[in-house]
Structure formats: structure tokens, C-alpha cells
Design a protein around this ligand. Sequence first.
Ligand code: ADP
Length: 503
Amino acid sequence: MAKGGYFLGIDGGTTGTTVLVLDENWQVVGKGYRRHQMNIPRSGWMEQDPEVLWEDLLFAAKAALEELGLSRSQLEGRILGLGLDHQGETCLVWDRKTGKPLSMAINWQDRRTAQAADRLAANSNFLIRERTGLHADAYFSATKWKWILENDPQLAKRAQNGEICAGTLDSWFVYKMTGGRVHITDPSTASRTMLYNIHTGDWDDDLLALLDLPRAMLPAIRTSAQLYGCTEPDCFLGLRVPVSGVVVDQQAALFGQGCFKNGMVKTTYGTGCFMLMNTGQRPVLSTGGLLTTVGWNLGNGDVFALDGGVYTAGSAVNWLRDKAKLIESASDTQKMACAVKDNGGVYFVPAFVGLAAPHWDPYARGTMVGISADTTREHMVRATLESIAYQVRDNLDAMRTDSGLEIPIMRVDGGMVANPFLMQFQADVLGIPVDVPIISETSALGAAYLAALGVGYFGKTSEIEGNWQLERRYEPAMGEDQRQTLLYNWHRAVERSLAWQEH
Ligand code: ADP
């Protein structure tokens, strides 16, 4: 393979798209970013314009390539592969022939199908859980596609005839890049639709029938790393580039973090926390409220992951800043948390929108307990940061129990890893080291690694493992007694937050 080549890693996130250009030493040599608009046409609805998302992707890719300072002819043939990760469940439909969107991209956070999903849950939750590893929920793509077809009988008919394409954003972007020639997705994405059978590795006909969705509109399921096609120069910045990696963003981060072995976990600390644990070639059905998902497929079977998460993490810090006005900027939390010797007995459960795994209570609400006459702002700020670490610990415990695997360390990324107090406290509360890598854009990196595997630049993941580089390790320094006391009190606080909102 020619030296002086590059890989493109495109991270199509919810709030923005990041594009990295990586050289053959896996150093970032170009970076572009474009923030996305989110439309909220009604309470509970969230959608994005698919054409604008595509324009945003092109904008970020152009900006990243411009940083290289090479002309188009100098770039010719030197971009060895393009990998793409994306929001996951967000989905749309478009005209197979013209490529014109026939719906908005309904965001994963959109709740317009909540009642339909509740009905599905009441009647078919067991089937859905057993086949897909998910709970019936509006979060996943299936009920969104159903909603789109139900709202336009013409579309439903055309879908039966194979005249329209349904897709998540990976499918949409690959279709656009390849000039409408390729309509595919990968197993990690398919596993977020609520239509993918994790045992057979294909769309599930019973679930398709249950939701009245025709197979003819769905993308072909390919592996996460193979040559799907090449970009059409007219459609993609004048460049012909092999498109050879597709995966969901959190799974891309797991890959970019080099979590290739059973029991390896990554946690992304952003607005919420997203946690994934590699469980290998075996789908683990959780008894602790976690989801079962596909991590990726490199051509020798699906690699599975347990999926946990915390709804409110960075958003609790935003609340301290924007609503409670206890801090001016997010980074103030560091020195304020360190200004007190402990939490002063204060525990904050930031269940602003209920609690996710492993508690799953949509009716829990934010609760601060243990306040006394001595409580200061600093205690409250510290309790907020601590709450994030406790929630991550609860998820990790569920992962350990469900999988029966040891978790020797946790790899972390996301905006909040810039807070050393939080990271140290996290290591203390877990009792295992917490590792921060040098490259923080782990999703885009993971997508680029998949692209490199897809074109045969790498033969196996062991060739990538050595690229992962540690920036900082936080070693646990807390005694077991203290850890157990904190967790005991945290769980008492969680009890008090549950079922607060009356139905
Ligand atoms: P997202 O990708 O979800 O938008 P980011 O990974 O960019 O999130 O992280 C941003 C979040 O991290 C914000 O909620 C912000 O308040 C929080 N944050 C950023 N820096 C710090 C810090 N130094 N200490 C605590 N929280 C921080």
C-alpha cells in the first residue's frame, strides 16, 4: 500500500458532525466540524432535515481536508478509505430513484411514537426482547418508520413495491456519497432498529409483520468493515474514495478505544453517559436492565456489547450553571468540588428525566438529600459530580453481574473527562483504574479504523491495539469501607427519588 495515504473518519453525531483526517501513523492531520440544527416542531418531537445533515457532513469533510493543504489532484488516490459512524436510531425514508427525502430524519430522542411503543411493549415485549435484545421503546427506529408510513398511505404502498428506501443516517449518507448506488447498513446499526434478530443476524420477519414494515424498503445488512462502494466525485467533493466502514457512534467509540476483548468497557461522559462493554461473540441478555446490542461485525460473526447509560451527566453540570446558578462555567466544578473535604453528607440524584439503567424509572425526579445548616454551594457541586460517578458504578455492576466477566479497567472519553476530580472520584468509587486516551475523538477514530480494516489495510484488530495511547491513568485511592459507605448512602438517596412524579 502506498505510503503517504490518509483515512477519513466521519463522526455524524447528534449535535454536530466531526471529520478527522488521519495519516498512516494514525495522527490527526485534519479536522472539521459542523454543528447541526435540531427542529422541535411540537413538544416531544425532534427532527433534523436530512439534506441539511448531508450538507453539514460535506462542510466538515471539506474543512478537514483543507487543513491538509493538498490540492484535489494531490489527494487523488491517497485517501485509502472512509469510515462513518452515526447517531444510531435516527431514521428517515427517501425515494429510491430520485434520492429525495420523503420524511424528516426523526431523531432518536423523539417521543412521538411513545404510545405506539407502549402498546407494543404490552403485547410483544417478550418477543422483542428475545429476538432483538432491546425493550420495546420509541427510542429505536422501528416505530418511527411505522409512523412515517402510517401518515402517508401512498408511501406505505410505494414501500411495498420497493420504490422507497428506509434508512438510518449511515444508509442515507452512504446512498448520498455513492450517488444513490448503495443502500446498506451494518449489524450494529441494524441492532438499534428493533427489527434485527441478534441470533440469525438478519431482519426478523415476525417483527416486520408485527410492525407492518416491508422488507423491500430496508437496507441490505453488510459487515461493519468492507468495501461498500466508492464515493461519486460529483457528489463528494470531487473525490473518489472507498467507503469501507459503517458503525453506530457509541460502538465506534468502543472500537476507537481499542476495546476488542471480552470485558473491556468504555464510558463516554457528555450530556449523558454512554457505556458499552464488549461481551464477545455471545449476546448476553441482561437481567439488570441493560440492553444487548451488536458492537460490530468484521466478517466473522457479530461481536456483542452490553449497553448501559446515564441520562443526566454533563446536563446536571449545565443545570448548576444555567438554572441553579451555582457555577459560572462547567470547569468551576473542579475547584469547588476540591474546596471541601467530602460531600458533607449531601447526595444529589439528578433524575431530571427519570433514571435509566439499571433503575429504569421514568417517574423518578431530581432529589437532593442530607442537607444541613452546614451545607454549602461547594457540597452541592461536589454531590453533582459524585452522582455521575455513582450512576456509572451502578451500570458497571450490572455489566459485571450479567456477563460474569471481570472488568479490570475502564477507558473513558467525552467532554467531562477534562474534570480530574470526577475522574479520580470515578476510579475511587469503582475500585479500578480509569484510563484517558490521547486521542479524544474516539468515535471518528473508530470509524477510520473500520475503514482501514474494510480495505484490507489491517487484517485484524490486534494490529490496531498497539495504537491506543494513554494520556492519563487515574488509580483508585479510596479504602473499601469508605467506598461502601458512599454507595450505601447513594442507594438510599436513589430510593427517595423513585416514583416521585405521579402518573
Ligand atoms: P455532548 O457530546 O453530549 O454534547 P461533550 O462530550 O461535548 O457532550 O461534553 C459536554 C458536557 O460536559 C457539558 O454538559 C459540560 O457541562 C460538561 N463539561 C465540560 N467540561 C467540563 C468540566 N471541566 N467539568 C465538568 N463538566 C464539564
